[in-house]
Design a protein around this ligand. Structure first.
Ligand code: NAG
Ligand code: NAG
Ligand code: NAG
Ligand code: NAG
Ligand code: NAG
Ligand code: NAG
Ligand code: NAG
Ligand code: NAG
Ligand code: NAG
Length: 441
């Protein structure tokens, strides 16, 4: 659908909606996180299969759409199973109605499905009903939140037939790279987090017509990106952190916004690594770019020039850390070097050198023979990954390398972030990571 068509649709929807206003305050919060696959009783083979599909799907979208378009994690799998990664749990309204939103550091808007649905996907929680909330308010075209969105009934999109004024309700359209769309009323309401912390007047999308790829147990998406409308930005926190529990387990963990992350405490059994976030030179970007310099596999520093992982002047390529991608994704040439180095240095039979992921046969069930180290070199930080953060035990006698080939954008995925405390220090523009037992954080 073109932006112009979308704009017409938005203008049509305006008539249905009421008027209101207001904008955010601030507070530190704690939210529960649950891995999407938690409790599904999947075998390791199923998990790996799904993770590989999700990672590939996301990478394709990130690349095809360019960095300025927000992205949903996941795309339908052949078997139609849920395909996002970690869902953040909180509640909206007075009294509070629960929502569970995909934690997506690749987009900004926070939205959940709303009554009266024009077209909603199935969700397990009741759909948010604004008329049950005494604190709910629609936002108008004059609101800062509305003006922060590129596609609304208020923007002209080259067509000046509408006469929206500052008090006209703001109807938004938000497009994702996979052509998923949410259309609805931009609104404000109280967000209620774990422990009862309530933050009034948070701007979010009340999604009335939500079509596309939403096959997980989500009710919408929580943008954690760098834009004004993301959850960290609206809460005006100076940092946020998460600690992803074992992807094969079902233990929930927490995302902390503006709270001490205890990275230096005794529970962080290891050195804290810190590296700066990089700015996209060409445009504002939602993404958290890092300065990856190179990769070591076992004893070999791969012969990749630093420019391989760097942003170009026109704002393409680069390296990002992403909460919504499963496996780390490298440019095709880099993937080939990693792949070949693993084959050369792993003294195990290769299952099939042409398939992804790359898998090795173990000499006997349950054995864990040595595999080469995988080390990521950043400006100021060296991420010497624990074996469990890049090898995946597919079956008793098969172990696989959990990285994918992709496009020129390198994506550090969440499989590589398991059992690490990851702190996005927005005030100082730094990322810190430390090993942790995330079920104990
Ligand atoms: C949604 O739920 C309804 C009722 O449970 C069911 O009939 C329908 O098939 C579901 N749709 C999808 C796409 O799963
Ligand atoms: C939403 O809540 C209102 C007020 O209680 C109720 O009248 C309406 O039926 C609800 N809508 C849905 C779709 O449940
Ligand atoms: C819902 O949105 C889609 C585009 O995502 C559009 O094609 C469709 O007409 C909309 N449905 C309604 C009832 O507005
Ligand atoms: C989906 O979410 C609901 C509500 O939180 C929860 O009860 C249910 O267990 C979840 N289903 C799966 C498969 O995770
Ligand atoms: C995050 O920010 C809060 C509030 O500014 C601060 O109290 C806390 O120490 C910070 N956490 C870390 C780990 O820097
Ligand atoms: C951006 O720059 C890279 C490398 O300089 C080049 O390969 C690519 O084609 C450029 N893309 C655009 C859209 O100009
Ligand atoms: C390896 O995988 C490719 C592609 O799936 C397949 O064509 C080939 O037959 C496989 N080779 C072996 C030895 O299984
Ligand atoms: C996750 O749990 C499985 C099974 O308990 C274990 O084999 C694996 O090493 C764990 N992975 C991480 C990253 O801790
Ligand atoms: C990817 O990078 C390579 C090498 O820098 C360049 O030749 C190619 O044009 C880039 N591809 C895209 C789609 O930007």
């Amino acid at each position: 659908m073109s932006n112009k068509m979308m704009h017409k649709l938005l203008v049509l929807l305006v008539a249905v909606l009421a008027i209101g206003s207001t904008i955010a305050s601030s507070a530190p919060v704690r939210m529960q996180l649950v891995h999407t696959d938690a409790g599904l009783g999947l075998t390791p083979r199923e998990l790996l299969h799904r993770m590989a599909q999700r990672s590939r799907a996301r990478a394709e979208r990130l690349l095809s759409e360019g960095e300025s378009v927000p992205v949903t994690p996941g795309k339908p799998n052949d078997d139609g199973v849920p395909d996002t990664e970690y869902l953040a749990h909180f509640a909206i309204g007075t009294p509070a109605q629960p929502v569970q939103l995909t934690l997506d550091s690749g987009s900004d808007l926070i939205w959940t499905q709303c009554q009266p649905c024009i077209s909603c996907f199935n969700q397990s929680l009741p759909v948010f009903n604004a008329s049950l909330s005494s604190t709910f308010a629609d936002l108008s075209c004059g609101s800062a939140a509305c003006q922060d969105l590129t596609l609304t009934s208020c923007s002209s999109a080259g067509d000046h037939s509408s006469s929206s004024t500052n008090s006209t309700p703001c109807v938004y359209g938000y497009l994702y790279g996979d052509c998923s769309v949410t259309i609805g009323a931009l609104a404000a309401d109280t967000f209620v987090f774990a422990g009862g912390a309530a933050v009034p007047a948070m701007a979010f999308g009340c999604g009335l017509n939500n079509t596309g790829i939403f096959t997980s147990n989500e009710t919408g998406i929580a943008g954690f990106g760098r834009g004004h409308l993301s959850l960290p930005s609206q809460l005006k926190v100076h940092n946020f952190s998460y600690c992803f529990t074992n992807i094969t387990g079902s233990t929930p963990s927490h995302v902390l916004l503006g709270l001490p992350a205890n990275l230096h405490s005794s529970s962080a059994r290891g050195v804290v690594q810190t590296t700066p976030f990089i700015k996209n030179p060409a445009k504002f970007s939602t993404f958290y770019y890092l300065s990856l310099k190179g990769i070591t596999v076992g004893s070999t520093r791969l012969p990749t020039p630093e420019s391989t992982f760097a942003l170009t002047n026109n704002g393409t390529g680069g390296t990002i850390i992403d909460s919504g991608t499963g496996m780390t994704t490298f440019p095709p040439d880099v993937y080939k070097l990693v792949h070949d180095a693993f084959i050369a240095q792993t003294r195990l039979p290769v299952q099939n050198a042409t398939t992804t992921p790359l898998c090795f046969t173990l000499p006997a069930a349950g054995m864990k023979p040595d595999v080469p180290k995988l080390i990521l070199h950043f400006d100021g930080a060296t991420l010497d990954l624990p074996r469990d953060n890049y090898m995946f035990q597919l079956q008793d006698s098969v172990t696989c390398l959990a990285v994918n080939p992709g496009g020129n954008l390198t994506i550090i995925g969440n499989y590589q972030q398991q059992n690490m405390h990851v702190l996005y220090d927005l005030a100082n523009n730094m990322l810190s990571v430390a090993p942790a037992q995330c079920d104990q954080v």
